[in-house]
Design a binder for this molecule. Structure first.
Ligand SMILES: CC(C)(COP(=O)(O)OP(=O)(O)OC[C@H]1O[C@@H](n2cnc3c(N)ncnc32)[C@H](O)[C@@H]1OP(=O)(O)O)[C@@H](O)C(=O)NCCC(=O)NCCS
Length: 204
């Protein structure tokens, strides 16, 4: 497969991990778009301007490496002509049986995605997390480091599953939720908000 030239949007810690995956996959980093600090270098690659300047680089593919789901959604929607790069770490385990991974999604090292799991666009499936069989992960969702979703779980758009959280089998979590670090979700969550604890309860 021909190596791609990839423009990474964002230049923080998450962007470092995404850059690592791009290189491990044998692709090239053209540079970084960074609306906060649009000039200079990051990781030895040039800053190419702010994300509004993406049209100068339409010969490249793009990936949004920003942790905030609303920011990822806003930027993705503002770039209708972009071709999106999907970053799958070579050390992630992705089943070949009926799995779907949306454009612009990042899957990090040691993540496991099992048969029948469908992951939306511009998601983050972080290091060592488990997306079990038949999960549905909504667009822009983030499954943090070491979080575990049992079979048949549904996670709504923009929901952030905190580090080490667990979602029991068949549970539905609606969009725009924050599940706290270490939360154990054993009942459906139907109202946006922040949930934490064992079992998880709404705290905000
Ligand atoms: C849940 C969370 C978002 C709440 O943050 P916050 O809105 O700033 O809330 P606060 O820190 O003010 O805490 C509010 C209350 O909830 C409790 N609480 C916060 N996080 C908790 C958690 N994960 N589990 C249990 N209780 C928690 C606090 O102790 C506090 O209780 P108190 O009112 O009795 O003192 C945050 O604590 C958290 O867990 N973030 C996850 C970060 C993460 O996973 N990062 C992943 C990077 S890959």
């Amino acid at each position: 497969m021909k190596a791609e030239n990839v423009v990474i949007i964002g230049a923080g810690g998450h962007a470092k991990v995404v850059a690592d995956i791009v290189l491990l996959r044998g692709n090239h980093i053209a540079g970084f778009l960074d609306s906060v600090h649009p000039e200079g270098e990051f990781l030895g690659y040039p800053k190419l301007g702010g994300d509004r300047e993406y049209r100068k680089f339409l010969n490249c593919s793009f990936i949004i490496a920003i942790g905030n789901a609303l920011a990822r959604e806003r930027i993705a929607c503002s770039m209708p002509e972009a071709a999106w790069y999907t970053a799958v770490h070579p050390g992630a385990v992705i089943s070949n049986i009926d799995t779907e991974i949306g454009e612009g999604t990042v899957i990090m090292a040691d993540a496991i995605v099992n048969p029948g799991a469908h992951i939306g666009k511009h998601c983050i499936i972080n290091s060592g997390s488990i997306v079990e069989h038949d999960n549905r992960i909504g667009d822009y969702a983030h499954v943090s480091v070491g979080a575990k979703m049992a079979g048949g779980v549904q996670i709504g758009a923009r929901t952030w599953v905190g580090i080490g959280a667990t979602v029991s089998n068949g549970i539905n979590v609606c969009g725009d939720c924050m599940l706290g670090a270490g939360a154990v979700v054993v009942r459906d969550i139907t109202e946006a908000g922040t949930y934490a604890g064992v079992p998880a309860r709404k705290i905000k």
